[in-house]
Structures are given as structure tokens and as C-alpha cells.
Design a protein around this ligand. Structure first.
Ligand code: 5AD
Ligand code: SF4
Length: 439
């Protein structure tokens, strides 16, 4: 068998896609290697979400260029969002790259490799309205065998003003629910204890069959029914369509985790309007209130962008106050980065100076630190069922795992294995981690 090295950047969706790529390549006679220097083919699955994501990839692939000097037979492919965004220009700018393949072109990879044998170079960046790779059983790339991803839909039709994803991943399409359930069954059979259902906007999942519609709440129930010992998570939700039905489904189904990632982006209605998010601050806070009422103690996390086009100091303060009001357990926070072709790049001015963006970002990061610590302190003395993921990185005598609410817990243990459910009482914490003891 020939050897394939895959490196993945960006979101969980990209990790899931690399698993699909590994499966397609496996069928074509390639096995995975952890060592790039050993590979016949190197694929880099890339991200375009912010300018620095693209810069990182561009730097890293120069190392593959030098590998290719040593081994001229080596083929290098750029996959994913950057491939889709930059298309053939990637072949022009990076003369050592053999293949450029967008997110909907992965079935074509073996035949592309065949065609580039003689030194030709190729791009396939055709986006599809149907491709969901639903018949492909992914080769799991995670190392622990406890927790894995299932992609339930592809693409995005929301066109938020700042976001490149609709351009790199194309139109939204949902995957056949039966193939999703089958994949979950297969994972359970292989010993997995947790799945995360993935999509850019999982709440708009929809599949029609015999005049009936499977919506996201129903799909969640179907996956949860595979096994009571399987934890089910999902990401990412759009606040505009997180329904009461979905919230009730989470509340009433024990193995659907009490944890919701609900990207707010900004706490100011005016900024949200410029971002084309189609909800207001009040709408968002109402959704949070509904979640807190029906799922007490639900883990809440978010994404925030600092310094979007035209953001005033007062609008920034509204983000700060919203974050205080919600009290998130966790947040991903970013400085706004203008992406070519987006509505914001075409119609708005990226006018918040870099220093100001950075200062606002630091402010919300500090606030989130406090909020995470407060949230963890509230858990002191409580007992959680923890699903173990492996030994703690810091200490070989400690196990590390997660609560249903998606918090990391470490505790002393010699004999507990990876992939077990353990009841742990929380005795101490930092902003990032709960520390406990087995009860
Ligand atoms: N600049 C900064 N952050 C962005 N995100 C998406 N596009 C941009 C951009 N142009 C953030 C959003 C999104 C997360 C995945 O990345 O917060 O939810
Ligand atoms: Fe994922 Fe978006 Fe990055 Fe593409 S651009 S890899 S969809 S985060």
C-alpha cells in the first residue's frame, strides 16, 4: 500500500472531512502515516475563516516543498476551504502543489492522483448541491476511540456579512438521516461513547421522506435512541432558529448533552444587523432565558467577533454587557478579519483600527476568564458523571474527561480506563478545568 499523510486545519467539520478523505483514499490503496517524510501523498485540509488561518497554512506548506525536493515522486494536495477560495491561483502561486480540491471534490481524489502521475497539475473546485458523502464510512482519525464526529449536513445559506463559508462550502444540504443513524450504530459497535453531530447550522437540518420531514430535533432523538450509553452533542447552532422544540428535546432526553454552543457574535442589535445575523440582542437573550429555564445548569458557550465594521465603543460595551448577563462557561473570541468577496468586504468599511480591535478582544477575553472561573466555582461540591478521554496531559496519575455540560474534569485514578463513565465530586478548579475525586 502507498502512504498518505493528512494534516487538518480549521473547524471540526474539516476533521470530519479528513476522515472521509482517509476512507476514500483507503479504498484506493493508501494507508495513513503519521510521518510526512515517509509519505507518497500529502494532503493539507485547509481553513479560510480568518486571514491568519490562511497564513499559517501557507507557511506550513513550505516544509512540504522541501520534502518534495528530496522526493520528486511525492504528490502534494491542498484540500478544503482555501483550495475552494483560491482555486487555480493556488497552483500558480505554489509551484510544488500538484492537486487543488474543494470540499465537494473528494471522491475525485484517487483519479486526480492518477492523472498527475506524469507531472500534470490539477484543480477540482466544483461545488455540489447534493454531495454529502453519505455512503462513506469515515476512517476515524481521533486517537482515543471514545468521541467522534458525524457530519449531518454541508454548506451554508446564511451569508453572514463577515463569513467566507458559503463561498468555500457552497449551498446547504442535509444528509439522509438513516445513514447518520447507521454511522452512529457503527461507532457504538466500535466502542465509541460520544458523537458530535456537525453542520454549519444544524438547526436548519431537514430531510423529507414519504411526505414526512425529519427536522433537527427529531434527528437528535433518532441518534440518541441508538444507545442510552452514547452521549450526543451537536455543533453549531444559529440563534435565529434554535427552537423551543429543540430545547425541550434536549431537556427531556437524558443522553443528549446539556450543552449548547450558541454563537452570538455581538451583543449589539445594530452590529448584528450589519452582520446580517437576522436576530436582535433581545431575541438572543430570550433564547438563553428559555434554555436556562428548561435545562437548568446547561453548559453555554459562544463565539464573539471584536471590531466588526463600524463597531463603536458603545456597541462593544453592549457585547461586554451581554456576555456578563449570559455568563458563558466558555467562548471563542476573535478579531474581525475581512474576507474577500463577503458582503462586508464589498459593502462595508473595515474601519476599526487594529489596536482598538485588539484592545476590545483582550477586554472580552479577560471577562470570559472571570466568567469561566465563576462558572467552575459554582460546580464545587457537585457530583458529575464524567466520560473519561485519557490520562491527563499534566500528570500521569490523573485521568481527564468531560461532564455532560462539556467541562473538562481531572481526577486521581490508577485503574480507570479511557471511555468509562465515572462519578466525580468536584473539589477544586481553575478557569479551564474542574478537579475532583471519585465518589
Ligand atoms: N473574522 C473573524 N471571525 C470570524 N468568524 C467567522 N468569520 C470571521 C471573520 N471574518 C468567527 C465567527 C464564527 C467562528 C467560527 O469564526 O465567530 O462563529
Ligand atoms: Fe471550517 Fe469555516 Fe475554516 Fe472552512 S472556513 S475550515 S468551514 S472554519
Amino acid at each position: 500500500m502507498k502512504k498518505l499523510f493528512v494534516e487538518t486545519y480549521g473547524c471540526q467539520m474539516n476533521v470530519a472531512d479528513s476522515e472521509v478523505v482517509a476512507s476514500i483514499m483507503n479504498d484506493a490503496g493508501y494507508e495513513l502515516t503519521d510521518n510526512a517524510a515517509d509519505a507518497d501523498v500529502i494532503f493539507v485540509n485547509t481553513c479560510s475563516i480568518r486571514d491568519n488561518a490562511e497564513r499559517r497554512v501557507k507557511n506550513r506548506i513550505q516544509e512540504f516543498k522541501s520534502l518534495k525536493k528530496k522526493n520528486p515522486e511525492l504528490k502534494v494536495g491542498i484540500l478544503g476551504c482555501m483550495a475552494e477560495r483560491l482555486k487555480e491561483t493556488l497552483l500558480k502561486d505554489q509551484e510544488f502543489v500538484d492537486i487543488v480540491a474543494g470540499p465537494d471534490a473528494y471522491r475525485d481524489l484517487p483519479s486526480m492522483l492518477d492523472k498527475v502521475k506524469d507531472g500534470r497539475r490539477m484543480a477540482n473546485v466544483v461545488l455540489s448541491l447534493e454531495e454529502t458523502y453519505d455512503d462513506i464510512v469515515p476512517v476515524r482519525l481521533d486517537k482515543n476511540g471514545v468521541s467522534g464526529f458525524i457530519s449531518i449536513m454541508r454548506g451554508c445559506d446564511n451569508y453572514c456579512a463577515y463569513c467566507v463559508v458559503p463561498f468555500t462550502r457552497g449551498h446547504e444540504r442535509s444528509r439522509n438521516p438513516h445513514t447518520i443513524v447507521d454511522e452512529a450504530r457503527d461507532m457504538v459497535a466500535k466502542g465509541y461513547k460520544e458523537v458530535t453531530l456537525l453542520g454549519q447550522n444544524v438547526n436548519s437540518y431537514s430531510w423529507n421522506e414519504n411526505g414526512e420531514t425529519v427536522n433537527f430535533a427529531r434527528l437528535l432523538k433518532m441518534v440518541a435512541a441508538v444507545s442510552p450509553l452514547l452521549r450526543v452533542r451537536f455543533s453549531t447552532s444559529h440563534p435565529k432558529d434554535i427552537s423551543d422544540e429543540l430545547i425541550m428535546t434536549i431537556a427531556s432526553t437524558p443522553n443528549i448533552c446539556n450543552s449548547i454552543h450558541l454563537p452570538v457574535q455581538s451583543g449589539s442589535t445594530a452590529v448584528l444587523q450589519r452582520m446580517k445575523r437576522s436576530y436582535t440582542r433581545e431575541w438572543y437573550l430570550n433564547r438563553i432565558e428559555t434554555i436556562k429555564k428548561h435545562i437548568p445548569g446547561c453548559g453555554l458557550s459562544t463565539d464573539v467577533i471584536a471590531g466588526f465594521c463600524g463597531e463603536t465603543e458603545e456597541e462593544h460595551r453592549e457585547t461586554v454587557s451581554l456576555m456578563k448577563e449570559v455568563g458563558y462557561d466558555f467562548a471563542f473570541m476573535f478579531m474581525y478579519s475581512e474576507r474577500p468577496d463577503t458582503l462586508a468586504a464589498r459593502k462595508l468599511v473595515d474601519d476599526v483600527p487594529n489596536e482598538v480591535k485588539n484592545r476590545r478582544l483582550q477586554e472580552i477575553i479577560a471577562l470570559q476568564q472571570e466568567s469561566s472561573l465563576k462558572s467552575n466555582k459554582r460546580d464545587l461540591g457537585k457530583v458529575f458523571t464524567v466520560l473519561t478521554e485519557g490520562r491527563s496531559k499534566r500528570s500521569a496519575t490523573r485521568m481527564s474527561g468531560r461532564t455532560d455540560t462539556n467541562k473538562v474534569v481531572v481526577f486521581e485514578s490508577k485503574d480507570i480506563k479511557t471511555g468509562e463513565y465515572v462519578d466525580v465530586r468536584i473539589t477544586d478548579c481553575t478557569a479551564a478545568t474542574l478537579i475532583g475525586e471519585i465518589v
